[in-house]
Design a protein around this ligand. Structure first.
Ligand code: 13P
Length: 241
């Protein structure tokens, strides 16, 4: 079960002390198939990579430039740099980046380079409210998967994160029956029966008891609630109770 913290553009050095509680909790409760990953903003990756050294917690990036090599791209970092600093995971295709203009083809390039670098990719897909209302969800997810993973034969290092855009940061979550159907729909697209699929979008310590009942769910991608160590620990605890 994956618990991935996506801190987005939040967090500062001062706030990192609260992670000691998470480190203690995860270390004491280490289990097989239990993976906690933090994806902080770039400014905190170095500090977190030191903090998580020799702990069971892994580190990930929130995005990368599509170029495999270093280059004159002001403000960007690539997967090679993330790997260099100790990241093992990389979130790609997040709707907040899609809204800034990233399309499926670009995301496909980023995924390919991330995989080549040796990172595990957390590939986000999800429909907008308008698409949902127009009954386009299945088609949108199919297209995002088809183009995003085009040409990638070995998908063992791909983790899908289903994040409906309308559920992100809104406090809304899908009907559980819809979510069950969609996770099944996504998994069916993969030959590998153990394809990992996470859910993300307003996951918190209050709705986790419902969300953990989704059939065959492999974990959660958590935004706001992951910035609060206590809430994040609660989410992990409740999933296992
Ligand atoms: P929230 O948990 O804040 O809704 O964010 C979800 C998300 O976008 C994680 O990638």
């Amino acid at each position: 079960m994956y618990f991935v913290a996506n801190w987005k553009m939040f967090g500062d050095l001062k706030g990192l002390n609260s992670l000691n509680n998470v480190i203690n909790f995860v270390t004491r409760n280490e289990r097989k198939n239990f993976k906690v990953v933090y994806c902080p903003p770039s400014t905190l990756i170095f500090s977190l990579s030191k903090k998580f050294k020799n702990t069971p917690i892994d580190l990930g990036g929130q995005n990368s430039h599509e170029s495999e090599n270093y280059g004159p791209y002001t403000g960007h970092i690539n997967s090679k740099m993330l790997k260099d600093i100790g990241a093992k995971y990389l979130i790609l295709g997040h709707s907040e980046n899609r809204q800034c203009g990233e399309n499926d083809k670009l995301i496909n390039l980023k995924i390919k380079n991330g995989l080549k670098t040796g990172l595990k990719i957390i590939f986000c897909i999800g429909e907008t409210l308008k698409e949902k209302k127009n009954n386009k969800t299945n088609q949108i997810l199919s297209n995002q998967i088809k183009i995003g993973l085009n040409g990638i034969k070995n998908k063992s290092n791909i983790i899908i994160a289903y994040e409906p855009v309308w559920a992100i940061g809104t406090g809304l979550i899908p009907e559980l029956s819809d979510l069950n159907n969609l996770i099944f729909f996504i998994k069916k697209k993969f030959k590998n029966k153990s394809q990992k699929v996470l859910y993300g979008g307003s996951v918190n310590e209050n709705n986790i008891n419902q969300l953990k009942t989704i059939n065959n769910i492999d974990g959660f991608l958590v935004g706001a609630a992951s910035q609060d160590a206590k809430k994040f620990i609660d989410i992990i605890k409740k999933t296992y109770n």
